[in-house]
Design a protein around this ligand. Structure first.
Ligand SMILES: Cc1ncc(COP(=O)(O)O)c(C=O)c1O
Length: 382
């Protein structure tokens, strides 16, 4: 039996080794997973329970998502970013942003099209580009510049076949955010070279200071070349529910919709109703969530700085991306932390070769566990 040659383009699962070691540890503290430990708020769960009981919601949902949800997304977007969206043409509901990112690349890439991807980034951009025959050009995001790439570095990587520029702010794994001026420069660059910009903005509402992370669409209000992904997963602790959305240029949204119409059948209506409830009551929830996540970031950051770790304090997300110690490679250092201190971290190599001198800590675990992990690291002399 032979699978398609495309399958060979999927790299081996890098965390396999870590998973095996982890299963052998007794009661480790797990800073490795980027999946919220907190539960979905009751007001969202209760709405889903109510809607699940209504048989009207049991049939196939619409391909683009319920109009009421797209309308709620449009209202949220205007309130949060001051950008007007047409719910019919500029918004599509997704089974999580990961699905949307994958399918959008399927709708965009022809063989040998080139895609610009941050050298340290969520692996799906690279894997999905290769799967559909695209070629990847990486650009540095640079520790020294708070993980914000220089426009001239990006421009140097552009050639005639370059079609897409991938961005991800707020950033996983670095926790960096960018000012609106950065997006404006990227939009100018994209216009100059006829590029599409895809921004993965799933962490937009998880932030740790008063400056709200902007949307790419604020720099491209006419939506000439942008596609931006958002998600309910992290903002509302809804990773398992599988719901997100894409906004932006109508041709790009339409291409994504065509692929989805021939692949999946949309998000369960009861979940879409729950998402409407989430957006309509988001302010208070987001404030409470962020003060909790920020306190966790402070707790772990202070201890890691005290232990001599070097990192840019995250402005957003629930990640701390720290340099390894003693110039160790990331896998080696992660294993060292497991064996010596019994704590799990994500080796930076999982985010690209340039990530190999870093490890990622995620604060998606209870405060008591974070404290236990800190004690373990001190005790092991890390
Ligand atoms: C940067 C980034 N984009 C997208 C996703 C996928 O999120 P979703 O649950 O919306 O598919 C993740 C999940 O960890 C992520 O870290």
């Amino acid at each position: 039996m032979k699978l398609s040659s495309r399958i060979d383009k999927i790299p081996p699962y890098i965390f396999n080794e870590i998973d095996i070691l982890k299963s052998k540890l007794h009661n480790p503290v797990d800073f490795g997973i980027g999946d919220p430990d907190l539960s979905t708020p009751d007001f969202i769960v209760n709405e889903a329970i109510k809607k699940i009981k209504d048989p009207k919601n049991h049939s196939y949902p619409s391909y683009s998502g319920m109009f009421q949800l797209r309308e709620a997304i449009s209202k949220y977007f205007y309130k949060r970013f001051g950008v007007k969206l047409n719910p019919d043409k500029e918004i599509i509901v997704l089974i999580g942003s990961k699905e949307g990112i994958a399918h959008s690349l399927q709708s965009l890439i022809d063989t040998n099209d080139r895609v610009l991807v941050p050298a340290i980034s969520y692996p799906i951009y690279r894997v999905q580009t290769s799967l559909w025959g695209g070629k990847i050009d990486e650009f540095d995001i640079g520790f020294e510049n708070q993980f914000i790439p220089s426009i001239s570095d990006i421009e140097k990587k552009i050639n005639k076949k370059t079609k897409i520029l991938f961005l991800n702010y707020p950033n996983n794994p670095t926790g960096a955010i960018v000012p609106l001026s950065f997006y404006k420069k990227c939009v100018d660059l994209a216009k100059k070279h006829d590029l599409i910009i895809i921004n993965d903005a799933v962490y937009t509402d998880i932030h740790h200071n008063k400056t709200l992370p902007p949307s790419l669409l604020q720099a491209d209000k006419k939506k000439q070349l942008s596609l931006e992904f958002h998600s309910f997963s992290k903002t509302f602790n809804m990773t398992g529910w599988r719901i997100g959305f894409a906004v932006g240029n109508r041709t790009l949204i339409d291409g994504l919709k065509k692929i989805k119409m021939n692949t999946d059948s949309g998000v369960f209506n009861a979940i879409q109703f729950a998402a409407i409830k989430a957006l309509k009551n988001s302010d208070k929830h987001i404030q409470t969530l962020n003060s909790r996540i920020s306190a966790r970031i402070d707790l772990l950051s202070n201890a890691l700085y005290d232990m001599g770790f070097e990192f840019n304090k995250p402005q957003a997300t629930f990640y701390i991306f720290a340099k390894t110690k003693n110039s160790m490679r990331s896998m080696e250092f992660s294993k060292h932390l497991m064996n010596k201190a019994g704590i799990i971290t994500a080796p930076g190599i999982g985010f690209g070769k340039k990530g190999d001198s870093y490890i990622r800590f995620s604060v998606t675990l209870p405060e008591k566990e974070i404290e236990r992990g800190i004690k373990k690291m001190y005790k092991a002399g890390i």
